[in-house]
Structures are given as structure tokens and as C-alpha cells.
Design a protein around this ligand. Structure first.
Ligand code: DQA
Length: 143
């Protein structure tokens, strides 16, 4: 399976950013482990702090990848444009949040993409990315 992980704003600061919420590990360190765990699959990674760049990347990834694992970070709670993009493309998207957005501030409880993604994983730490890939392998390969 060919998968791209797309991370939104401030997720380049994992390890340093609010570690009590997001953990002490950088995404680069975690990604090495993830690639080993799913060595027979192709995993690309892209991070940007810009909303339009997330959309550009998802449009480029459409039909080039079997799936997109997306953590839009704060844009989850604000971006109709990212939600529209997910509706417009064919490639399935799994939403991942490292923290449990349902147990934090009220403004984090609303996800514009929750109802249109193939699946959502919230509050599992960085493991949520591995869980997203496992879900895809179980569900999308057979579809
Ligand atoms: C996040 C949760 C968002 O509310 C927050 O803005 C982020 C990260 C998460 O992975 O838990 O930047 O998407």
C-alpha cells in the first residue's frame, strides 16, 4: 500500500511543543519506527504550517496514493477548505489526532472533517498513526 502522512501546523515541533500533551518524541524519530513496522508498504511524509499547502498536497496525492493519513492540527477546527478538498478527491483519508480533542478545550471538540473521512483516531498519542495504517490495511485493501 502507498500511503502519505500529512501533518499540519506546529506538528514539526513535536517533542518540544507542549510535551505533556503531545509527548517527547519528534515525528522524524517516530516515522523511522513506523516505516520499520510497515516495511512492506510505502510511506511518505509531508508537514506544512500552511492551510493551502495541505490542500495542494492532498490534490497532488489524489490517485497517486492508496490513502492519506491526515492530521490537520488546528485547521481541523476551522477549515472548510480542507473539508471540501477531502470531499473532492477519490483517495480515502483517515483523520488522526495525537491528543484527545474531545477532552480538551470546547473549541477543539468540533472537527470539520470528522463526518467525511473514512475513519478517525483521536487521543492515542503518536501510535494513532500506526493505528490509522492498520485500519487502512484491514479495511481499504479489501474494498
Ligand atoms: C491536534 C489537536 C489540535 O486541536 C491541535 O490544534 C493540534 C494537534 C492533535 O494531534 O492532537 O495542533 O490535531
Amino acid at each position: 500500500m502507498k500511503i502519505i502522512i500529512i501533518n499540519g501546523p506546529n506538528l514539526n515541533l513535536l517533542g518540544k511543543r507542549e510535551p505533556e500533551i503531545y509527548g517527547y518524541q519528534s515525528f522524524e524519530t517516530y516515522l523511522k519506527k513506523l516505516k520499520k513496522e510497515f516495511a512492506s508498504h510505502h510511506i511518505d511524509y509531508y508537514q506544512t504550517n500552511h492551510e493551502g499547502s495541505i490542500i495542494d498536497k492532498m490534490q497532488d496525492a489524489d490517485n497517486q496514493y492508496d490513502a492519506i493519513v491526515l492530521n490537520p492540527a488546528a485547521y481541523t477546527h476551522t477549515s472548510i477548505a480542507i473539508a471540501d478538498c477531502i470531499k473532492a478527491i477519490d483517495t480515502p483519508v483517515v483523520e488522526v489526532h495525537i491528543s484527545d480533542i474531545n477532552k480538551r478545550e470546547a473549541f477543539r471538540k468540533h472537527s470539520y472533517i470528522k463526518d467525511i473521512v473514512a475513519h478517525s483516531i483521536t487521543g492515542q498519542g503518536l501510535d494513532g498513526y500506526a493505528m490509522a495504517i492498520k485500519w487502512l490495511l484491514k479495511n481499504e485493501l479489501n474494498s
